[in-house]
Design a protein around this ligand. Structure first.
Ligand SMILES: NC(=O)c1ccc[n+]([C@@H]2O[C@H](COP(=O)([O-])OP(=O)(O)OC[C@H]3O[C@@H](n4cnc5c(N)ncnc54)[C@H](O)[C@@H]3O)[C@@H](O)[C@H]2O)c1
Length: 474
């Protein structure tokens, strides 16, 4: 019986048969440690265990649709901050940036001049609509703050562009419904930037596959631990920097004076622009939890707030002060699915996703997976099935997240982080926020009708007032 799970790479188990250690990084081979001595390592070649079933090309060749036009897709970056630039650097392997856009001129210029993005040749813009008018833009990467994701993505899909949009895809549940509708109507490819579904060392995919194939038995509980949210403020008003179009940055959100900490990077700690930790990290770990449970096309029945602390006073679901971070700081929210399985989202344990089953336990975080119980013993004797892995990857090889997107643009396949399942996972996060913002009351969710039942005030919070001219419409 496995009693002790080794967590650190290279550490020996205390006695044979006790501990298990997986390393899926580096050359992508898999090592399963079943005992205390090095020779006890059982090397499970990638070909026999996890990776090979998906390493063969699936569908048409990379970017096939594009190649017939102009060899490589024409790309545009909209929102050239920290993450947008990182995404664009990844995409530059597969296509050419002809346009970069940011409401902060300095960010747009830096991306334009970047040796891997604009290479000094791309045109820079301050208004994304002009980018969408360009016929030579096949696909756009959206790296704006959350409150702009839905509008830009919908406008891009309607303009015939494929979209890689950062997570969390939406500011509200209602935006998610609209995005699903437009994606279906237009048939455009939409990849969400939840790259844990394509993580380089495959630990999340492995965890999901093990849970789905019953290796730890019937699941009793899932925990998505995502860290706490910061407090901050009071912050001072400042004059708007000359390079920034503050009105356009605010977009659908209420018009307010410029406070530096509302803007770049720190926007995620304000409900006006984001959902705080619950959507920022919930988008990743709640997604993995619901994917593993096979609940990614439905939603929870109930949402209970065990703990939900806000850094400022809220009234009717909205913050009462304007100069401090206002998203939740400490929380434990329990979302229970129709089959009775609770998924807890909490701030106070190590960042990662834990699956507790009747026959074992799996903890997975970036770069590490701990397996306890039947999960691993069975893994090398009986590898995860090819068909399950193919299903999880939607028939695509184990590529990086951006490559998966570009391949789907080429063969019109469904990307691994599709809009429909992301919308569902993020709905759980949005519901958790709504419940906390309303003082911690229990919510009942009808996942089929996508309605909060018996609580009109909470249900109305599926959407928000939007400034004229910036409405998100399907
Ligand atoms: N996948 C991940 O692991 C991951 C990691 C970090 C950030 N993100 C996501 O990436 C997004 C951006 O985060 P960040 O940290 O890079 O923020 P950031 O503030 O550094 O960058 C956002 C950029 O978008 C620009 N922008 C705002 N409104 C715009 C508009 N209407 N048109 C064009 N540009 C606009 C801003 O001026 C800024 O340059 C967020 O949604 C965040 O959640 C994802």
């Amino acid at each position: 019986m496995v009693r002790n799970v080794q967590r650190l790479r290279g550490r020996a188990a205390s006695s044979p048969g006790e501990a298990v250690f997986l390393n899926l990084s580096g050359d992508a081979d898999m090592f399963v440690r079943t005992g205390g001595k090095r020779r006890d390592f059982l090397r499970v070649a990638a070909s026999s265990a996890l990776l090979a079933p998906l390493s063969a090309p699936a569908g048409k060749a990379l970017g096939a649709e594009f190649r017939s036009k102009n060899e490589r897709p024409g790309l545009a970056l909209i929102g050239a901050g920290g993450q947008g630039k990182g995404d664009a650097m990844g995409a530059s392997h597969f296509g050419d940036f002809v346009a970069v856009c940011d409401v902060d001129k300095n960010h747009a210029e830096a991306a334009k001049e970047h040796h891997r993005i604009g290479k000094g040749k791309a045109e820079s813009y301050g208004d994304y609509r002009k980018v969408l008018d360009r016929k030579d833009v096949d696909a756009v990467i959206v790296g704006t703050p959350d409150h702009w994701h839905s509008k830009i993505t919908i406008d891009a899909m309607k303009a015939g562009k494929d979209v890689y949009c950062e997570k969390p895809l939406t500011l509200t549940i209602d935006e998610g419904k609209k995005l699903c509708k437009v994606a279906k109507e237009t048939g455009r490819v939409l990849q969400v930037g939840t790259q844990q579904r394509s993580d380089h060392n495959k630990v999340f995919l492995l965890a999901v596959a093990l849970v789905r194939s019953g290796r730890i038995g019937k699941i009793k509980k899932v925990t998505a631990a995502i860290g706490d949210g910061p407090t901050g403020g009071p912050f001072a008003k400042e004059s708007v920097p000359p390079e920034l179009n503050w009105d356009m940055w605010l977009g659908q959100a209420p018009k307010v004076d410029y406070i530096k900490q509302r803007c770049h990077s720190e926007f995620r700690w304000w409900y006006e622009y984001s959902g705080g930790k619950l959507t920022d990290w919930g988008a990743h770990h709640v997604d993995i939890g619901t994917w593993a449970l096979g609940m990614e096309n439905t939603g929870p029945r109930t949402i209970e707030v065990v703990k939900g602390e806000l850094p400022v006073e809220f009234k009717n679901g909205y913050p009462t002060v304007a100069d401090r971070f206002n998203t939740t700081t400490h929380f434990l929210v329990r979302a229970t699915f129709a089959n009775g399985i609770p998924l807890e989202i909490r701030d106070d344990t190590e960042n990662g996703v834990t699956f507790v089953g009747e026959g074992g336990r799996i903890f997975v975080t970036r770069d590490r997976i701990d397996l306890d119980g039947g999960a691993v013993g069975a893994l090398y004797k009986d590898p995860v099935s090819d068909s399950l892995l193919r299903e999880l990857r939607k028939g695509k090889p184990l590529d990086g997240h951006m490559e998966n997107f570009i391949k789907c643009c080429g063969d019109r396949g469904t990307p691994v982080s599709d809009v429909w399942t992301h919308h569902r996972a993020l709905t759980t996060c949005h519901l958790a926020n709504i419940a906390i913002r309303l003082g911690g009351r229990k919510l009942t969710w009808d996942a089929e009708k996508e309605q909060i039942v018996g609580d009109a005030e909470a249900d109305a919070m599926q959407t928000r007032p939007q400034r004229a001219g910036y409405e998100v419409t399907a």
